[in-house]
Ligand binder design. Structure first.
Ligand code: NOJ
Length: 537
């Protein structure tokens, strides 16, 4: 097991995921930008986070809000351009905060010069080899080359109009049609990614979150998938679109570059749930960390939560890599709403925040989580997520978790921007949720996060071990190596609080009892407990 002094910074870091469109707008156009982040760094410093993960800020037509990259080595003017990123990196580093960026290697924008050249060059041109162009099936090639569906809905293939005006070949896009998949067999594709990696690392970036890290490689012949009607995750390991073995060679290539920058980190977005498969991505010559979505998928239920934590620890052990934890991000409904919404949803989200921040490993907090923001039920006419259109208006998409953050004041835009015309409208009832309203309030969610992160920072021996404690039904309880005991009551009735000094609680404790939807942190003696029932290390 790794000893504490040898651990790299990221192995126990609190990462703050920052959706730049929605954090803070410095120039009054209604869209957040990087100077907005720099101006608000004090919030992040006070919160005590170690690192930022910025969702994509590269040049993009924004068909998928930056996940469609037209120039991977420049910053979009919407976010303030390269100079604004330099200012942010400099200010963040002076504040002791690392900056990691999103990297999108599975696809480019359809506006990328490579793809434009591929369209202009016509069938058989070398530029098409960088993407996955195929002739259609059926008479006259009028049907897609295989039955793959896009994650955003509809077919994963779009037919192009050739330069002579005739209907022509098809290209693969696992996401939006504006996001053509790259052909990772083409030598220029990895070579270009290496340039991109070194470009940002040389500029002072501390690492990358890698988008669709289980994508990129496709099986030879692009065989049909199973039932294309099944939701993406239901297909699991039998889905030929993802988790193809060839992807590991790509990660080894990325790691070779990263090893030239020993302090930098890669975190892969890996929607893979077989522990052994997940662990493969974290072999010593692949990714440093793997995003773990098990708690995102778990309901507020003791059995599910414990199983999610146990499985995550098993996968991390298999890989000898720190576990990672996250409750939400820019792709899923916010947990306050997932757990039932209203006061109950908020109490549960606060309780889960203490579970998350007790655990060993790296933690990812999504902007707004520290304010207890709920998902926003937006009117259809303002929706921007391509999922809404591609699903034929059957999936409402991810806009509800991307609404701008409220900073101060009684009315929208709550200090987010100088204009009330924000890129997504802000609710009228968020005044109590602003940073200013929560600041200094001992009962606020912001204060809870600040205290929990502060206590976590002081925990010298976070270690890797979690020892499960026997509990009443509906309760999840574990002891970490530093003797911190975390007890979550996800049941329906109050339960007695075990012995120890109360360090922090997510809600009021009543007469030595832990009420439902509440978590408590206790400081106990650092010795094995007779009631312990199992250990993960
Ligand atoms: C995963 C990202 O998290 C999501 O926001 C994006 O739409 C897809 N990858 C496509 O890049």
């Amino acid at each position: 097991m790794r000893t504490e002094p040898e651990q790299p910074w990221w192995s126990r870091a609190v990462f703050y995921q920052l959706y730049p469109r929605s954090f803070a707008d410095s120039d009054g156009d209604g869209v957040g930008d990087l100077d907005g982040v720099t101006a608000r760094l004090g919030h992040l410093q006070a919160l005590g986070v170690d690192a930022l993960w910025l969702n994509p800020v590269m040049v993009s037509p924004m068909a998928d809000h930056g996940y469609d990259v037209a120039d991977p080595r420049d910053v979009d003017p919407l976010f303030g351009g390269m100079a604004a990123l330099d200012r942010l990196i400099d200010a963040a580093h002076r504040a002791g905060i690392k900056v990691t960026m999103d990297l999108v290697p599975n696809h480019t924008s359809a506006q990328h010069p490579w793809f434009r050249a591929a369209l202009a060059g016509g069938p058989g041109c070398p530029a098409r080899q960088r993407y996955l162009f195929r002739d259609g099936s059926g008479v006259g090639g009028t049907l897609p080359p295989n039955n793959w569906v896009s994650v955003f809905g509809g077919p994963a293939w779009t037919r192009v109009t050739e330069p002579d005006g005739t209907p022509g070949q098809w290209y693969l896009h696992l996401f939006d049609a504006q996001q053509p998949d790259l052909n990772w067999e083409h030598p220029e594709v990895p070579a270009d990614l290496e340039r991109t990696l070194r470009f940002w690392l040389d500029r002072g970036v501390d690492g990358f979150r890698i988008d669709v890290a289980h994508g990129m490689s496709k099986p030879p012949g692009l065989p049909d998938m199973g039932d294309p009607e099944l939701p993406m995750l239901a297909l699991g390991e039998h889905d030929p679109r993802f988790n193809h073995d060839g992807v590991h060679g790509i990660h080894r290539g990325i790691r070779t570059v990263l090893d030239d920058y020993p302090d930098a980190v890669t975190v892969g977005e890996i929607w893979v749930f077989e522990n052994a498969d997940f662990a493969k991505y974290l072999r010593p010559d692949e990714l440093h960390l793997g995003f773990n979505f098990r708690l995102v998928r778990a309901d507020f239920d003791a059995t599910e939560i414990r199983a999610a934590i146990e499985n995550s620890l098993v996968a991390a052990e298999l890989a000898d890599s720190p576990p990672t934890w996250t409750l939400s991000n820019h792709d899923v409904d916010r947990e306050v709403s997932r757990y039932g919404g209203g006061a109950t949803g908020l109490a549960r989200a606060r309780a889960m925040a203490l579970v998350l921040l007790a655990l060993p490993g790296a933690v990812f907090v999504y902007n707004g989580e520290e304010l207890g923001l709920p998902n926003v039920d937006l009117p259809d006419e303002v929706r921007q997520d391509p999922v809404w259109e591609r699903s034929g208006h059957t999936e409402r998409g991810r806009d509800g978790c991307r609404v701008p953050l409220p900073w101060s004041g009684d009315a929208a835009p709550y200090g987010f921007s100088a204009t009330a015309d924000t890129w997504l409208p802000m609710p009228t009832d968020w005044a109590p949720l602003t940073v200013a309203a929560q600041h200094g309030d001992p009962a606020s969610t912001l204060t809870l996060f600040g205290r929990a992160i502060g206590l976590r920072r002081g925990r010298a021996q976070l270690g890797q071990t979690v020892r499960w404690l026997s509990t009443a039904p509906g309760v999840v309880a574990f002891r970490c190596e530093d003797a911190l005991v975390c007890v979550l009551n996800a049941g329906a009735v109050p339960v007695p609080i075990p012995g120890g000094d109360v360090l922090l609680a997510s809600g009021p404790l009543i007469d030595g009892q832990l009420p439902p939807d509440t978590t408590v942190w206790l400081r106990t003696e650092a010795r094995p407990d007779a009631a312990d029932d199992s250990t993960h290390q």
